[in-house]
Design a protein around this ligand. Structure first.
Ligand code: COD
Ligand code: ATP
Length: 234
């Protein structure tokens, strides 16, 4: 049975005040295919507001998105499709094989993603007291670490991540999967910023009637703790 590890049994003291102070703001991170979206959807089912930073990045780079112009200026028109959206495959092949290109992309997108996510959080805080942020690059971002009340890391071995990604994205070439994973923080670097670690190594099967039972059990423990911390703080 998978167990959640509670590493820091108290809320953080925020040092960056970009998020609403009247809502509990919890960050979730983990490598590609570790299960972040799966876990945040379970939080959503029990009434939490969810902010997904990969989705925000996608919106900024759709046709007419605010990031299109600066990206065309930095990388040239070849990374923009005829419809005026970001050519994601071209950009993916470029950034995950070239550190400089990745840095340039992030220097344009990350401030925009941060501002869009913070604005969304303030809107959600009018109706929700609990917000969960899916932040793939949380271990790389001190700005986000300082803004959140608590950080949950989703952990599973690299081989399982690869297996799940290959099932989810059968057309993604294996070398690309490896290139992306190699550009991401290590399991150890993520654990170093964790207040809690969810173990998502158990495999669900179609026949398994208790789909995600191992996640529900761990999330319940986290929610009970957070309820207690939030009441203490208020
Ligand atoms: C490079 C892009 C165009 C590739 O798009 P594509 O649709 O092929 O991939 P997708 O967005 O689904 O991401 C694939 C995987 O890579 C991860 N990932 C995305 N950006 C990065 C990054 N800069 N560094 C490391 N991993 C990343 C995602 O979390 C996901 O696990 C896109 O990922 C992008 O715009 N990335 C920059 C935005 C970013 O840094 N997002 C992370 C938000 S914290
Ligand atoms: N315990 C599990 N057993 C089997 N499959 C799982 C499990 N957890 C997640 N998955 C599947 O693995 C894939 C990756 O999960 P998910 O999309 O939640 O990961 P993610 O961390 O959000 O990935 P990304 O960073 O690429 O967006 C999905 O197809 C999901 O349904």
């Amino acid at each position: 049975m998978a167990d959640v590890s509670i590493i820091h049994p108290y809320l953080r003291t925020r040092e960056n005040f970009s998020l609403p102070k009247n809502a509990l703001c919890v960050g979730i991170t983990g490598g590609m295919g570790s299960g972040k979206s799966t876990v945040t959807q379970l939080f959503k089912q029990i009434g939490w507001a969810v902010i997904d930073l990969d989705k925000m990045a996608q919106e900024l780079t759709e046709q007419g998105g605010a990031a299109i112009k600066p990206l065309a200026q930095a990388f040239g028109e070849s990374v923009i499709t005829q419809d005026g959206a970001l050519n994601r495959v071209a950009m993916r092949e470029m950034v995950f094989n070239d550190k400089q290109a990745k840095q340039t992309l992030e220097s344009i997108l990350h401030p925009m993603i941060h501002d869009a996510a913070a604005a969304q959080a303030h809107r959600f805080a009018q109706t929700h007291r609990k917000i969960i942020f899916d932040i793939p690059l949380l271990a790389e971002s001190e700005q986000w670490q300082k803004a959140l009340d608590w950080i949950v890391v989703i952990d599973c071995p690299r081989e399982i991540q690869i297996e799940r990604i290959r099932q989810r994205n059968p057309n993604l070439p294996f070398p690309t999967i490896e290139a992306i994973l190699n550009q991401q923080a290590s399991r150890e670097a993520r654990r170093a910023i964790a207040d809690a670690v969810i173990d998502n190594s158990p495999q669900n099967t179609v026949e398994n009637r208790n789909k995600h039972l191992h996640l529900y059990t761990q999330i319940n423990i986290i929610i009970n703790k957070l309820q207690h911390y939030q009441e203490e703080r208020l």
